[in-house]
Ligand binder design. Structure first.
Ligand SMILES: Cc1cc2nc3c(=O)[nH]c(=O)nc-3n(C[C@H](O)[C@H](O)[C@H](O)COP(=O)(O)OP(=O)(O)OC[C@H]3O[C@@H](n4cnc5c(N)ncnc54)[C@H](O)[C@@H]3O)c2cc1C
Length: 387
């Protein structure tokens, strides 16, 4: 392992690997990514990996839209696969949220995003299996879908390595060294690495890593459950990806005959949380799914898992320099919706590090100081993962 690098990245999830790749593309390849386990072993490998553009804020909608162009042209733009599957994405809101839905769609259209409001009658052609209740609001994104988080992460890692980056697996960062207000490098179980720039991208463990240098970041681990069911394909041959805000769940197809359902937002402990599925909760969620897709009545449980969201007070990430420590950066707090942004997180963070500011998308609304300034981003919904 290198004992010095121009940039050290802490964490080998999709964010760390994406940053490593875009740094190399901008000419910074004497880099080292340190991962305490294996690539994608944190939140990334547990992700539902839905790629939708529906947000309440232009900054995240833009990051998602620009990232979608990368997912859909991954082999040409990066090299390798993203596993992207275009399914279309349907947002369903309760009557009380219809105005917010319309405002979000109008904002997204201004950004050039492929989306529109649809009626229940139109939806019968787009998604005949899906049942809509009176006065619910609907928006449709024809280009959206889901991708494969492991493939994306390892493709970014492979392309970065080809350009000269180094990745050390099973290597925990135990400390960040700071002297005279400046980063000096990191301490690992395998020894020290000198570096003038260190980026923390340690997912749910980021708070702990930053606490080591006296920086308190408002990050809360929240457990989210994923359940897989075998779909009765005669009754439900296909369905789009659905953000069912009205019922606080999301679901998407997974291959030809499985449906993947995401639900639950419970605060959890990063080391001891239950990584399985609660069967009582799963049974209740199946009831909600069948209410939305009646043909799912004969679906059967195939298993599942849980993972951690890393949640900030406004459910949006922090992409910035860490104030008070020259050379220290963080890309943290993705609050359950980071995967879909990951190409642009990598690019904008690389721009910030190399050029001093992100030029592809203005990420200043996601600055570190926004909590202290009271400049939190707002959501039009109570189902906050759709912030
Ligand atoms: C169940 C679930 C469903 C989700 N669904 C979606 C979705 O549908 N769409 C979407 O866009 N997003 C979704 N997300 C969110 C998305 O997956 C995350 O935002 C994203 O994967 C975060 O990536 P990351 O690289 O920041 O973190 P992680 O993947 O957690 O990576 C951090 C890495 O840092 C390593 N690490 C930690 N501490 C250290 C240390 N001290 N030294 C070295 N390495 C360290 C960890 O081992 C880990 O590999 C979901 C998340 C979960 C959990």
């Amino acid at each position: 392992m290198r004992n010095s690098a121009d940039v050290v990245i802490v964490g080998g999830g999709v964010m760390g690997c994406s940053m490593l790749y875009y740094l190399a593309n901008l000419g910074v390849a004497r880099t080292l990514l340190l991962e305490r386990d294996v690539l994608g072993s944190g939140s990334t490998g547990r992700s539902q990996a839905i790629c939708r553009m529906h947000y309440s804020n232009p900054v995240t909608a833009s990051l998602a839209w620009e990232s979608l162009q990368v997912f859909t042209n991954f082999d040409q733009m990066v090299g390798g696969g993203s596993g992207f599957v275009k399914t279309g994405y349907l947002v369903i809101v309760e009557p009380v949220d219809r105005q917010g839905l319309a405002q979000n769609v109008a904002m997204q259209l201004e950004l050039g995003i492929a989306t529109r409001l649809v009626s229940a009658a139109e939806l019968r052609d787009l998604a005949p299996a899906v049942q809509i209740f009176p006065e619910e609001g609907l928006a449709w994104e024809p280009e959206s879908g889901y991708a494969d988080p492991y493939q994306v992460t390892t493709s970014y890692a492979a392309r970065a390595r080809e350009r000269g980056a180094e990745i050390a697996l099973r290597t925990s960062v135990t400390g960040i060294e700071v002297a005279n207000g400046r980063v000096q490098g990191v301490v690992t179980e395998q020894g020290k690495v000198a570096a003038g720039t260190v980026v923390v991208a340690a997912g749910p463990w980021s708070r702990r890593v930053l606490e080591g240098v006296g920086v308190d970041v408002p990050l809360v681990p929240v457990r989210h459950q994923i359940m897989l069911v075998t779909r009765p394909v005669e009754a439900v041959p296909a369905h789009p990806t659905v953000g069912d805000i009205a019922q606080s769940l999301s679901f998407r197809p997974d291959g030809s005959n499985l449906t993947m359902i995401g639900f639950g937002e419970d605060e959890a402990d990063v080391d001891t949380y239950n990584q399985g599925v609660d069967m009582l909760a799963a049974a209740e969620v199946m009831g909600r799914l069948v209410r939305r897709v009646p043909g799912m009545a004969d679906a059967y449980f195939r298993g599942g898992w849980s993972g951690l969201f890393t949640v900030t007070p406004d459910w949006h990430p922090i992409l910035d320099k860490v104030p008070g420590i020259e050379g220290l950066y963080c890309a943290v707090g993705f609050s359950g919706h980071g995967f879909k942004l990951s190409p642009m997180i990598g690019l904008t963070m690389a721009e910030l590090i190399v050029k001093g500011r992100a030029s592809s998308v203005d990420i200043t609304p996601l600055r570190f100081s926004r909590f202290a300034e009271g400049a939190l981003l707002s959501s039009r919904y109570r189902y906050r993962v759709l912030a």
